[in-house]
Design a protein around this ligand. Structure first.
Ligand code: PML
Length: 270
């Protein structure tokens, strides 16, 4: 589902310059045919009751997926202790640097997030910080990702114990888990473009899905996603993976509460 509304003025930071539309909400899922009506109703309600405003255009695409989804686990989840945007950004930078991502690539990602004009994610090389997506305004989307019923039950239970059992957290973790599993992905950085959602994350195979509270000030409309890629990239192949290869979460690994950045960086990793 993609929901948008007409921009009131062309100075909006999250304006899509191609169509004069402001992105309001998006959602993806892999579902049984019998669940479609219930899910579409839920998506439409979300688009019409979003903190970013009421959508005046909602596009719902339903496709019959023939390919059997590849089953994966979630990334482990934890929340880093972070209290201000400066601290949050610093934590994200430390994590990305410790994964071997260059300052140039990190700067490229934060610039894009600050501009906040992209609809999808940027693909950025970890060394030179080059952008690889063919359409720089659209970026790339992550589609054809879902979670099976037992894994969703387990995830909801674990997140409830932490007081964060929301669609936003679940969907972001599910999408980040599909992204992270690709062999060329080293990390993902995400800052929500919802002005009232101030938690972002850095996700990677090494550290898992690390939520960073207060990564931006409430009211700030900037945001976006960057995928950091390593090795010899076939851009078509990686975009095809994000957008077309069906993946389902079949297992949920650990979900932990708040931990410090030092604990994360000093933990022994395999
Ligand atoms: C979004 O706006 O969809 C991105 C949300 C990212 C953070 C979700 C979380 O709290 O873990």
């Amino acid at each position: 589902m993609r929901a948008s509304k007409k921009a009131k003025n062309s100075n909006s930071k999250i304006l899509n310059p191609k169509s004069d539309e402001i992105h309001i909400s998006g959602a993806e899922g892999l579902y049984e045919a019998s669940e479609i009506q219930r899910i579409v109703k839920r998506y439409i309600e979300r688009a019409l009751n979003h903190p970013k405003g009421k959508a005046d255009k909602i596009i719902v695409t339903i496709e019959d997926i023939k390919q059997k989804p590849k089953e994966i686990s979630t990334l482990s989840l934890s929340t880093v202790d972070s209290n201000t945007p400066a601290e949050g950004k610093n934590i994200a930078i430390k994590l990305l640097q410790s994964l071997g991502i260059s300052n140039r690539a990190i700067d490229t990602a934060f610039e894009l997030i600050k501009k906040g004009s992209m609809r999808g994610a940027a693909i950025i090389t970890v060394g030179k910080g080059d952008r690889l997506e063919p359409d720089k305004e659209r970026g790339v989307r992550v589609s054809r990702i879902g979670i099976n019923k037992s894994a969703l039950k387990m995830l909801s239970l674990r997140l409830s114990n932490l007081g964060i059992n929301t669609d936003t957290v679940k969907e972001a973790l599910v999408i980040a888990s599909k992204v992270a599993v690709h062999r060329h992905i080293l990390a993902e950085l995400c800052v929500s473009d919802d002005p009232f959602y101030t938690t972002g994350y850095v996700a990677s195979k090494k550290f898992g899905y690390l939520r960073i509270p207060n990564i931006k000030h409430a009211g700030n409309k900037s945001g976006g996603r960057a995928f950091f890629v390593k090795g010899k990239i076939n851009v078509e192949e990686i975009i095809n993976y994000f957008e077309k290869v069906p993946v389902i979460i079949g297992r949920v690994v650990s979900c932990r509460g708040i931990i410090s950045i030092d604990e994360i960086l000093n933990r022994p990793y395999k």
